[in-house]
Design a protein around this ligand. Sequence first.
Ligand code: GYE
Length: 306
Amino acid sequence: SGGGTTSAGTGGGGDAITMGFSQVGAESGWRTANTKSVQDSAKNAGVTLKFSDAQQKQENQIKAIRSYIQQKVDVIAFSPVVESGWDTVLKEAQNAKIPVILTDRAVDSKDTSLYKTFLGSDFIEEGKKAGQWLTEEYKDSKDTVNIVELQGTTGSAPANDRKAGFQEVIQGEPKFRVIASQTGDFTRAKGKEVMEAFLKSNPDIDVLYAHNDDMGLGAIEAIEGAGKVPGKDIKIITVDAVKDGMQALADGKINFIVECSPLLGPQLMDLAKKVLKGEQVPTRVVTEETTFTQEQAKQALSSRQY
Ligand code: GYE
């Protein structure tokens, strides 16, 4: 081939790494904090970031990944909106010899050689923690506990797993009844809308389990609109622990939050560098997280980063 070509190729700057990152969307406070974490840490790590927002649509993510392959980025990272349907595009990346790192959400591909590692939370564990708080809260009660559930985005790993983990813990006790369960797409608007419908068709709701803070916050508006007191008439459990959620917890409108950390950026940049150096990385990196009661939220609020 022709010598001396001065190509404007992306990998021209010696050690500099170019990462293509396909984000789920901007559906929640968690997501906003996650995007900021990825962008800030790319900057700090000297990684050139090509970023795209898929607006919660898988087809947009597939398009973005294909364009990163075409642009010959050094590494592709993405947070898959749903679990299924990734094999073809991941194969394309593999054939182009571009390593892929999953962040935040998992894929259900049988062929685990399609990605190098998966960095994110254990969503089953989060669902279990939500269930454990509930069983403890009602341990002295024999009455039926009517639960409604606001699920995350249909087919997403956190929706599937937060439901499954919760179910696993409460199913041993017949007094716990999930009387309605629907997706609220992880958004405040949809959480409010679906909760309004729940309240209309179920006069006797004791507990709301929302798969994220934002849907819980939307539901609080619906509950107040129906003349009920959130946190008292209807107890509320959510997941994430973003600022607005923590504030509502401290104010007594939410009863318990299971933390899910969006601050994945620094670890992601670290993993990308290692992968590109050919170093061994663990196939699964689990984020460390805690839970918050109302009292703990009051203590923690001022020091929360997101
Ligand atoms: O809990 C929710 C967001 O995938 C863990 O996505 C993430 C979830 C998070 O929209 O708020």
